[in-house]
Design a protein around this ligand. Structure first.
Ligand code: UDX
Ligand code: UDX
Length: 463
């Protein structure tokens, strides 16, 4: 077996992860392949106009692209050349048939497994990087190692060459916006594999990749199912914390408590810790909702209905948070929003990313559109995605410049905590707006006192 690596899927997970693996393993060839030729062309572009935005990513790609990191659409060649095959294709929530709206759509995963099987010559270690339902690895192993291919040529090849596929799970815990930092200095790396001699060897081969820069004690190995479930459980716990603090936020608004103060004190308890206690517009991103729904589906499948309801509550709470933002705007703006102009500051699901998947700003924009609001959206990185997401809505204006976005607006709703928002010239913004001018800071990141002094009416989450 050689030490070279291919990753199928050049997305948010595959691209940055492989770039860092290549940087830290200069003696290995790392290939990233994708069926989307446009995406690959962007990864290969001369001006490094990469398909995703991540702080620091461009520097890593500049350093290793063309040396030991290669992007290509030639999946066949890459699978033949590299014996360690990572799979990072997307696994969206299934929107049809059994498990619709909850289960993962595994068609891309299965199609990818079948192409690996078709192209491989000799043994391969297949590593799940996509988040998948528990026991997917077992299904994949069954597909890969089944000698049931109708093409005699293939069966003979397998028998002659004894091609063997060992399937491991190596879930990725990176968060968007801090992907490179998380990859370079992870809390832990998790590798799950079969507890057989071959499985142990395969796990060691993947441990070796990470051991090039991650301290040994942070590389944790488990059985495959624990690894698969851990990824879902970790995201569900994080999502649950966000929903929990948002549930407290509503109560703070009703009682006069301040959610940031409550969070600070709760977080000072070392058993709880301070992270993921920031109240806001609710969680977004490609993973939390999908993974919690996946957990709900698994619980239901195994007859654990109360557990399923418990996790479903995390999602319901999240959706409620966005509905609450719009209903609070409604009451603060004299119970009519029709024909008023509202500027959304930020559309990305969090700062430092252009990603808008499941962004709370999308839900809020749609709820506002139902009220016939004239919406303007500004965001430093996510405007193209916003235009695509909301292409069915007429009457939405997209504006890069925040000051232009605010002109004539009745309200500004700050949806994403971009770092430069607090230092904008809020007096200038106020002067250009229609009065009374309202700011709803759903991230509690602006200085509300200063804004009030200027003359704004200010709303916050949890205060
Ligand atoms: C995806 C999933 O969303 C996430 O749940 C999982 O944990 C990891 O994979 P991400 O990298 O963010 O995360 O997805 P995306 O940016 O959509 O990238 C997936 C890539 O796979 C796309 O570029 C797509 O073109 C590619 N792909 C998909 C293939 O190359 N082959 C396929 O058959 C299907
Ligand atoms: C998450 C996990 O953190 C990561 O480990 C996993 O691999 C993928 O899913 P990501 O979706 O990139 O990463 O972003 P994250 O920083 O976790 O934020 C998720 C959402 O929760 C964002 O919308 C964010 O604004 C929100 N959030 C987070 C809060 O509202 N409050 C918080 O305190 C923390």
């Amino acid at each position: 077996m050689n030490r070279d690596i291919v990753c199928i899927g050049a997305g948010y997970i595959g691209g940055p992860t492989m770039a860092v693996i290549a940087k830290m393993n200069p003696d290995r060839k790392v290939m990233v392949v994708d069926i989307n030729a446009e995406r690959i062309a962007a990864w290969n572009s001369d001006d490094y106009n990469l398909p995703i935005y991540e702080p620091g990513l461009v520097d890593v790609v500049r350093e290793v692209r063309g040396k030991n990191l290669f992007f290509s659409t030639d999946i066949q060649r890459a699978v033949q050349e590299c014996d360690i095959v990572f799979v990072g294709v997307n696994t969206p929530t299934k929107m049809f048939g059994k498990g619709s709206g909850r289960a993962s759509d595994l068609q891309y995963w299965e199609a990818t497994a079948r192409s690996i099987k078709e192209y491989a010559k000799g043994d391969k270690i297949v590593v799940e990087k996509s988040t998948l339902p528990v026991r997917t690895a077992a299904a994949m192993e069954a597909i890969l190692n089944a000698g049931n291919d109708s093409r005699v040529e293939h069966v003979e090849r397998v028998e002659k060459e004894g091609a063997r596929f060992t399937v491991l799970s190596n879930p990725e815990f990176l968060a968007e916006g801090t992907a490179i930092k998380d990859l370079l200095d992870p809390d832990r790396v998790l590798i799950g594999g079969p507890q057989t001699e071959v499985g142990e060897q395969a796990m060691q081969a993947v441990v070796d990749i990470y051991a090039a820069w991650v301290p040994k004690e942070k590389i944790l190995t488990t059985n495959v199912w624990s690894a698969e479930l851990t990824k879902l459980a970790a995201n569900a716990f994080l999502a649950q914390r966000v929903s929990s603090i948002n549930a407290i936020a509503g109560l703070c608004e009703a009682t006069g408590a301040d959610v940031d103060e409550v969070a600070r004190v709760i977080g000072a308890d070392r058993r709880i810790g301070p992270k993921f206690l920031k109240a806001g517009p609710g969680f977004g991103g490609s993973c939390f909702k999908k993974d919690v729904l996946n957990l709900v589906y698994l619980c239901e499948t195994f007859g654990l209905h109360t557990a399923a309801e418990y996790w479903m509550g995390v999602i319901r709470m999240n959706e409620h948070q966005q509905e609450r933002i719009v209903s609070r705007l409604f009451s603060a703006m004299f119970n009519t929003l029709a024909n008023k102009k509202i500027a959304l500051f930020g559309f990305a699901f969090k700062a430092d990313t252009g990603d808008t998947r499941e962004t709370p700003a999308g839900t809020v924009a749609r709820l506002l559109a139902e009220e016939h609001v004239r919406i303007t959206i500004t965001d430093p990185k996510a405007l193209d995605n916003a235009k695509r997401d909301l292409s069915d809505l007429t009457d939405v204006v997209y504006e890069v410049d925040e000051y232009n976005a605010a002109v004539g607006a009745d309200a500004i709703v700050l949806m994403t905590d971009w770092k430069h928002y607090p230092s904008l010239d809020w007096q200038r913004i106020y002067d250009s707006m229609r009065k009374p001018a309202l700011v709803f800071d759903t991230r509690n990141c602006l200085n509300a006192q200063d804004l009030r002094r200027i003359g704004f009416k200010v709303l916050n989450v949890g205060k």
